[in-house]
Design a protein around this ligand. Structure first.
Ligand code: AMP
Length: 207
């Protein structure tokens, strides 16, 4: 299925459909991981974002799945913005072909800048850094500090065990069902883009 990046403008578009985000912050591994199939799907995701005119905002690295994502979006003519702390730039881990590289002082500044530049958040497979970025974006949304959709692209079931854990949190009374329901979980890019277009923020935690 092909998505119109501006569905509101399309004749007869349902009122509930909102435009696709113009930019997405993508969190993903600085390692490639063990599965070539995952790498391939990350590549396809980067290509699809570019084809939909969605700017990629990411950690700015040239290594691992992060590098795969950036390379694929750039190769498809997309716009890619990296946000990196000085320390990682000096380690020569920065991607050198990006449309823009924001160099910031700290990891905290980096996450804040990525959040400012993006209209939605997506976590692809990754490690602890990916999880940390995902949880901050999602938690801040629950607190009403932003109203941008947060999503998991569940490539090859990579987020299955996390979903089980989050469901356990609901059952134990630590996480509201509405906040779990407000988290977008998609098996593929088309489903993700559909859900981003129909998402509405759940009621914030303390209201
Ligand atoms: P991890 O999932 O632990 O590999 O960490 C990946 C996430 O942390 C990415 O989304 C980046 O924002 C950040 N990160 C970790 N390592 C690097 C690196 N070498 N270059 C740029 N960003 C990194």
């Amino acid at each position: 299925m092909t998505h119109d990046p501006h569905p509101r403008a399309a004749a007869g578009a349902p009122a509930a459909v909102r435009p696709l985000p113009r930019s997405v912050a993508v969190f993903t591994g600085s390692a490639l991981g063990a599965s070539p199939a995952v790498t391939e799907q990350v590549r396809a995701f980067g290509t699809s974002l570019a084809q939909h005119g969605i700017t990629v905002v990411y950690g700015g690295g040239r290594v691992g799945l992060m590098g795969t994502l950036a390379d694929s979006a750039l190769a498809a003519g997309g716009r890619v913005i990296g946000v990196m702390p000085e320390s990682l730039v000096h380690s020569e881990l920065a991607h050198t072909e990006l449309n823009d590289l924001h160099v910031v002082a700290t990891m905290h500044e980096r996450k804040a800048r990525m959040a400012d530049l993006a209209e939605a958040f997506v976590a692809l497979p990754g490690g602890s850094g990916t999880l940390e970025e995902f949880f901050e974006a999602w938690t801040w949304g629950q607190l009403g500090l932003h109203t941008k959709p947060v999503s998991l692209l569940d490539i090859d079931g990579s987020w299955g065990s996390l979903m089980t854990m989050l469901q356990d949190m609901v059952e134990q009374g630590f996480l509201a069902q509405r906040h779990l329901d407000g988290l977008i979980v998609a098996k593929d890019t088309d489903s993700l883009l559909d859900q981003l277009s129909s998402w509405t923020p759940p009621q914030a935690k303390w209201t």
